[in-house]
Design a binder for this molecule. Structure first.
Ligand code: UDP
Length: 241
């Protein structure tokens, strides 16, 4: 093997390197919520529910200038084979926080001082990429709730398996160990201004590879955005992509 040849030559599930897993999106999955949506990529499924804007308690968190977003993220106990302990976890708190920062790029809560919009993300089934699936569901749920938004958000995890860049990594790929191993790069892109609203990196990567990952994510996010928009036009219908 030459120095530049990658140990990752073919994806286990036969996908092309820039191909998403089969996508299903549905808006309006929890009728009692102000907005709700489901986003599924392969075996990873995320649900998002939105409540608000409404007055914020506890009061000391209030912002008199504008409304705030409060995002929580949780994996359900049997979302993976090893049962997940219910309740708060450090990982859940981190993902809630980065999701909040990403969604703050698209919502406009200036007209709602002292108020909160709660976004609750639940993962009933996990096969990697749950934070990005959660963001895709949350953006749809916020739009359905009628929360003022400057634009939409779509997100995908790009992976570097040894030296090969692939879009929408699954768990088996995330666990790839040969060569340089696997690097997971969840990326969120806003629909109109193409801003990077989320970028995390777990592993090692060169600057040219990171640039290429972002451009792969942008293309993938355009496809995801099409599915999200179709789902928003037909609440209650499963849209496949
Ligand atoms: N995972 C798991 N148990 C956990 C946390 C994660 O089995 O307690 C699995 C799950 O499939 C998840 C994947 O590991 O999707 C990758 O987790 P990571 O923290 O990288 O976040 P994600 O890729 O889901 O955004």
């Amino acid at each position: 093997m030459t120095k530049t040849e990658s140990a990752y030559k073919k994806r286990a599930d036969g996908r092309k390197f820039d191909e998403l897993r089969p996508v299903i999106a549905k808006v309006g999955v929890v009728p009692s919520a102000d907005g709700s949506a489901m986003y599924q990529s392969g075996k990873t499924r995320a649900l998002a529910v939105v409540r608000g804007p409404r007055l914020l308690h506890p009061k000391h968190l209030e912002n008199p200038e504008k409304g705030i977003l409060r995002v929580t993220y949780q994996m359900m106990s049997f979302s993976v084979w090893d049962r997940i302990k219910p309740g708060n976890s450090r990982r859940g708190q981190e993902i809630g926080k980065v999701s909040e920062w990403a969604l703050n790029e698209i919502v406009d809560l200036d007209a709602f001082p002292n108020s909160v919009v709660d976004v609750i993300i639940q993962i009933p089934q996990a096969d990697a990429g749950t934070r990005v699936a959660g963001l895709n569901a949350a953006a749809m749920a916020l739009a359905q709730a009628g929360v003022p938004m400057r634009e939409m958000l779509s997100a995908v995890a790009v992976g570097k398996m040894d030296r090969t860049l692939v879009v929408d990594v699954d768990k088996e790929e995330e666990d790839f160990e040969d060569g340089e191993g696997a690097t997971d790069i969840p990326i969120g892109i806003t629909s109109r201004t193409k801003k990077i609203a989320l970028l995390q990196l777990d592993g090692k990567i060169s600057i040219p590879e990171l640039r290429e990952s972002i451009s792969m994510a942008k293309k993938a996010c355009e496809k995801i955005n099409e599915v999200q928009m179709k789902a928003l036009k037909e609440p209650g219908k499963e849209i496949k992509g």
